[in-house]
Ligand binder design. Structure first.
Ligand code: SAM
Length: 278
């Protein structure tokens, strides 16, 4: 790692008037040792193109560049942060492109070259929505190779949950069907400025070349939505709205119609998706 030539982040925040705004989910990481640790998750970004969502004052951005990222495309909604990010771009010529805009508008991944990593200390209000989009592209494998994403600990648990646990649901199935998802780091509130109310965790998600089990993504989404929409009910009840012969289809998938959604594995849900295919 080459030394970061830029001033400390507190100085950057003061110089650019970047007082954190709650409306933008701004909880900044100011410790460059910590951002370096996050940048190195999944083997470091050397030789990769990265999409970073919500760079803010640029702590993680700086770490990604210092750790050797080939190119970072950083999408930031807060216009106040753009001049601070421009200083980072000047320190790493040709390697950082800053886009002022809303990450929810999408279209950014298409501008990068593989291998692509998505890295973000996400605003909590849009984190789950972006994750679901990245996990459900029109075709698989996706444009990204892996993702290093900060979430509230509770959301990280839902992404990595095993069947039978109370966090297990739609998010776990979406994340684990075609990817490897693990919690790489947990962080106390004090790691952020200002500290959020809850603990956070960095989740590392690696795309598999092919799904673990065959299933149509649309049907799988419908089945998991119906099953977990009424997670306390038996499947024969919760899946009934999907087909009049739901009970037969559940049996054909090798699942007991009296099971509840949270006891069915990812493999089981893929079998259900095949059984409920039109
Ligand atoms: N990455 C920085 C860090 O780790 O210190 C900032 C993280 S802060 C939790 C979230 C960042 O996302 C803020 O800079 C915020 O302005 C930005 N943001 C919020 N909503 C956004 C959106 N829809 N699109 C792009 N950036 C957004």
């Amino acid at each position: 790692m080459t030394p970061d030539p830029l001033p400390p982040l507190r100085q950057v925040i003061a110089a650019h008037g970047l007082a954190p705004r709650r409306s933008l989910g701004q909880n900044f990481l100011l410790d460059l040792n910590l951002t370096a640790k996050i940048a190195r998750i999944g083997g470091g970004p050397a030789g990769m193109d990265l999409l970073e969502v919500g760079p803010g004052p640029g702590g993680l951005t700086r770490a990604l560049l210092a750790e050797g990222a080939r190119r970072v495309l950083a999408v930031e909604k807060d216009a106040r942060a753009i001049p601070a990010l421009a200083e980072i771009a000047a320190a790493y010529p040709g390697r950082l492109e800053v886009v002022e805009g809303d990450a929810l508008d999408g279209g950014h991944l298409g501008r990068l070259d593989p291998p692509i990593r998505i890295a973000a200390n996400l605003p909590y209000n849009i984190g789950t929505e972006l994750l679901v989009r990245w996990l459900t592209p029109p075709a698989w494998p996706p444009a990204w190779r892996d993702m290093t994403l900060m979430f509230q600990r509770e959301v990280a648990d839902r992404i990595t949950a095993a069947p039978g646990s109370k966090s297990y649901g739609r998010l776990a199935i979406l994340a684990q069907w075609r990817s490897e998802a693990r919690i790489a780091l947990t962080l106390p509130p004090e790691a952020f400025t200002p500290p959020p109310k809850v603990r956070s965790a960095v989740v590392h998600v690696v795309a598999l070349d092919a799904p673990r089990f065959p299933a149509d993504p649309g049907v799988l989404q419908r089945v998991t939505a119906a099953a977990f929409g009424q997670r306390r009910k038996m499947l024969r009840q919760s899946l009934k709205p999907l087909a009049p012969d739901a009970e037969d289809r559940i049996r054909a998938a090798g699942i007991a119609p009296t099971q509840r959604a949270e006891t069915v594995s990812v493999e089981g849900f893929c079998a259900l998706a095949r059984a409920f295919a039109p």
